[in-house]
Design a protein around this ligand. Structure first.
Ligand code: G
Ligand code: G
Ligand code: MN
Ligand code: NA
Length: 251
């Protein structure tokens, strides 16, 4: 069977789920939020990560559907955690470039009843290649009006200009793990990260370091003034149940 057909069947059969990677406050190491990451419970292959299916899903125009599935899952899992006494301040979901260009996006989100800041959309930096993109800017404004925050994902690898930062005014910048990984030895990456944090601070934008693999990284990023930390040093992406366990142990 073609993988495209399997993806459509998987959507029908609810095989796509969200896993969650914790994000901690750098100063206190308290839980600040999670990033929801799509996983496919494939009937024969077992649990598949996005590298196995995201490209094909994009080519067959199924990403918007999958993004929405992850958002709905995240809201349901969030309610379950809350019922268990686990407070997750913010859930970040990834939004594909094509979905951000969809003129029906904002309308499709209007039925949700969200606490302001409960949900955050991670947009990859490459989306902002064309700063004068009217649909993208209108969607970002509409998303913000619904109380959904905007984050720029993989920051430092793409093309965001300072001007587009001023236009978009995201809540958070996620510093790409390519920049984070070498900081224990590379002065140039240290300098870059410090200036990203400084830009964030002067514009009122929080910074999140991705790919924080060791406590040495965490410590250095904390000293630099990075607000939030995400990475294997604390937890890999976890199933909803395993995340609940992680969060309970953290209280
Ligand atoms: O889950 P993993 O940690 O392997 O994620 C790999 C990449 O897949 C991430 O960089 C992320 O950008 C992308 N990704 C994961 N989940 C989603 C999703 O729900 N929607 C979109 N559009 N991208 C996702
Ligand atoms: O959307 P984004 O590209 O930020 O997705 C996060 C990706 O990074 C996922 O594939 C996730 O599994 C991966 N990841 C999360 N923490 C770490 C880490 O500490 N090290 C590495 N190498 N990858 C990580
Ligand atoms: Mn992301
Ligand atoms: Na990312």
């Amino acid at each position: 069977k073609r993988i495209a057909d399997e993806i459509l069947e998987g959507i029908e059969k609810n095989e796509f789920v969200a896993w969650y990677q914790p994000q901690l406050e750098a100063g206190t190491l308290k839980l600040a939020g999670v990033e929801a990451l799509i996983r496919w419970n494939h009937p024969r292959e077992g649990l598949l990560t996005p590298d196995k299916f995201l490209k094909i899903a994009e080519e067959m125009n199924a990403m918007a559907t999958l993004d929405r599935i992850v958002l709905d899952r995240a809201l349901i899992d969030g309610m379950r955690w809350a019922a268990e006494g686990i407070i997750v301040p913010k859930i970040s979901v990834n939004v594909s470039a094509k979905r951000l260009r969809d003129e029906t996006l904002v309308n499709s989100l209007k039925g949700l009843s969200l606490r302001p800041g409960q949900i955050s959309f991670e947009l990859v930096e490459s989306i902002f290649l064309d700063e004068s993109d009217d649909i993208v800017l209108a969607n970002i404004e509409g998303i913000k009006k619904l109380g959904i925050d905007i984050e720029i994902d993989d920051f430092g690898t793409g093309h965001t200009s300072i001007v587009s930062l001023l236009k978009i005014k995201p809540k958070r910048l996620k510093i790409d793990r390519q920049l984070v990984a070498p900081i224990l030895r590379a002065r140039s990456e240290q300098a870059l990260i410090r200036s990203i944090i400084e830009i964030g601070r002067s514009l009122g934008i929080e910074t999140v370091a991705e790919g924080v693999e060791t406590m040495e990284h965490a410590e250095m990023l904390g000293l630099f003034g990075c607000d939030l930390l995400q990475g294997y040093a604390f937890a890999k992406p976890l199933s909803a149940d395993d995340f609940a366990h992680f969060a309970r142990n953290q209280l």
